[in-house]
Ligand binder design. Structure first.
Ligand SMILES: Cc1ncc(COP(=O)(O)O)c(C=O)c1O
Length: 401
């Protein structure tokens, strides 16, 4: 922690190793550094088969100008539902469109606070969910991921939920950073039980397009009868220079309240962004995510895993099957903690994320200081440079001390 002058006042600025630093702060530092594998945004090269969408930006601009915004919003919903392989989302009409997923989370948080809900949030997960909810004053309780998964496996989810004493359950599917994914059976159990116990479901589906065998989760949600809010995103998937949109979907019974909250902040998303994203997403669906995204993710994951193979860094056992665009590594065998690893890589000009802020309720617990997160979606030469440096630094970790 050091001091900085701002408008004549002293302001405290967190350093990367500061106990209280947020993940986004480290990511922002990464943007200033040489190479950053910190943020999980999609900064990779656009697949060649999608390149003509960018070549045609001028005509997308022109047609967006000529069309009505509600029509572009509806087209986006249909296109997104198609890409998500969800016929129910494709024809779903209860959503508004935000510029980023954090905006959607913030509106969900505003509603949870306004209706005085106590929220059970998965841990570990990206820390800005907890930060936004807390900032809005929502009472927050943690659900350790292993407790959730064990309860689903053992058939005790109903009692876990009943004993938690909360009014809303907030899950991330697939979860960032672990990549653990709830499938059809788990979602059916969760939504059905929440409906029975009148607990609100809040789902963050921002990493959905990395799931190889998607289920129509909206069909399950709507059929369950649960009251729900769910958050969608394009920003983790399509490399669009951080131009992105986030659908904020909700059950029909929340329509009036969610519209009111949305309209306190937004009128609509940018028609140009909507039109551009719809064009890009429709083309992706036609070509297939496997070709434009998953193959790249697989290659990058293999390259990263090969780079650490001879070191004492390892893929965290919970994340070995992850298909996400980020890798959750464990550094326990190095006898160093996450902030040491982040610092050592920083000395090699590579920024990565420390693991402890993902444990938003228990970051001071030493058991949660053994992870770092590394992003995979960067331009080719940039990623190669980063991985070569990471390999070198990781090898030196093993021989240090
Ligand atoms: C699971 C999850 N949800 C939401 C967000 C927020 O996304 P954005 O920064 O685009 O608002 C993030 C950011 O990484 C995330 O990991």
């Amino acid at each position: 922690m050091h001091m900085m002058m701002s408008g004549g006042k002293k302001m405290q600025v967190a350093s990367i190793t500061d106990q209280r630093v947020s993940l986004t702060r480290v990511e922002y530092k990464g943007l200033h550094g040489e190479v950053s594998l910190a943020d999980g945004h999609a900064f990779h090269d656009l697949h060649l088969d999608l390149a003509d969408v960018v070549v045609n930006l001028g005509s997308i601009w022109k047609s967006a100008t000529a069309r009505r915004i509600p029509e572009l919003e509806a087209e986006f919903g249909t296109t997104f539902g198609d890409a998500a392989k969800s016929p129910v989302l494709r024809s779903y009409r209860h959503y508004r469109i935000c510029p980023t997923a954090s905006n959607s989370i913030d509106i969900a948080a505003a509603w949870l606070k306004a209706t005085e809900r106590r929220v059970l949030l998965i841990e570990p997960t990206f820390d800005n969910l907890a930060l936004i909810l807390r900032r809005r004053g929502v009472p927050l309780y943690r659900l350790q991921d292993r407790n959730l998964y064990n309860s689903l496996r053992e058939g005790t989810f109903a009692s876990l939920l009943a004993n938690s004493g909360v009014d809303a359950l907030f899950l991330v599917n697939p979860n960032n950073p672990t990549g653990i994914t709830l499938g059809q059976d788990d979602l059916t159990t969760i939504f059905g039980e929440c409906a029975r116990q009148q607990i609100i479901v809040v789902m963050d589906n921002t990493f959905r397009f990395f799931v190889r065998n998607p289920v129509d989760d909206y069909e399950l949600l709507v059929e369950s009868g649960a009251t729900f809010i769910s958050i969608e995103d394009t920003g983790k998937t399509w490399p669009t220079q951080d131009m992105k949109v986030s659908m904020l979907c909700f059950s029909r019974n929340l329509m009036a309240e969610m519209n009111e909250l949305y309209e306190e902040i937004f009128l609509c998303a940018s028609p140009f962004t909507l039109s551009f994203m719809s064009t890009l997403i429709a083309k992706t669906t036609a070509i297939g995510l496997e070709k434009v995204l998953w193959n790249l993710v697989d290659r990058r994951r293999s390259a990263l895993r090969a780079a650490i193979a001879e070191s004492m860094l390892e893929v965290d056992p919970v994340a070995v099957d992850s298909k996400l665009s980020v890798e959750w590594l464990r550094c326990r065998d190095t006898r160093l903690v996450d902030s040491d690893i982040v610092e050592r890589l920083g000395a090699s000009g590579v920024t990565i994320l420390p693991g402890r802020p993902f444990f938003w309720a228990s970051r001071y617990d030493a058991a949660n200081h053994h992870n770092v997160r590394v992003s995979l979606l960067r331009p080719e030469p940039y990623f190669q440079t980063a991985v070569t440096r990471l390999e070198d630094a990781a090898r030196r970790l093993s021989t240090a001390d």
